[in-house]
Design a protein. Structure first.
Length: 117
C-alpha cells in the first residue's frame, strides 16, 4: 500500500511540473501537421488562416497560409506571438516554418539597368 501512495505522489508531482513548464506548446507540431497532408485537412483542423497568398508557377499552384498564435514563454515577457507559415503546392503541404511574413512594401522592386560603355 505504501508503494502505491509513493507512486501516486510521484505522478502528481510530475503532472504538476509538466503543467507549469516554461513554455506552452504551439498547436502546429510534428504530431498535428505532416508534410504531404492536404490543405483541406489543415483547414478542417486549424480553421481559416488570417492571410493567404496564391500564385501559379507553370502547372503548379502555390499557396501560403499564415496562422498567428500566442504562446507563453516564462523567460520572455509572458505571451509571445508567433507566425506559422504553411506552404502548399497543388493542395499538398510542402513545408511549415515559423517566422515573419514578408512585407511587400519593404522589398525593392526597382530594376536597375546598367549602360554598357
Amino acid at each position: 500500500m505504501k508503494c502505491k501512495k509513493t507512486h501516486w505522489w510521484a505522478y502528481t508531482i510530475l503532472g504538476i511540473s509538466l503543467l507549469s513548464s516554461c513554455m506552452t506548446m504551439s498547436k502546429f507540431t510534428s504530431e498535428s501537421v505532416q508534410i504531404g497532408m492536404s490543405k483541406f485537412v489543415v483547414l478542417d483542423r486549424f480553421g481559416a488562416p488570417y492571410k493567404t497568398e496564391i500564385f501559379k508557377d507553370g502547372d503548379d499552384t502555390h499557396e501560403i497560409y499564415y496562422y498567428k498564435e500566442s504562446v507563453y514563454v516564462k523567460d520572455a515577457t509572458g505571451y509571445v506571438t508567433i507566425t506559422n507559415i504553411l506552404n502548399f503546392t497543388n493542395n499538398k503541404l510542402e513545408s511549415l516554418e515559423q517566422g515573419e511574413e514578408i512585407d511587400p512594401n519593404a522589398i525593392n522592386t526597382n530594376t536597375i539597368i546598367k549602360k554598357e560603355k
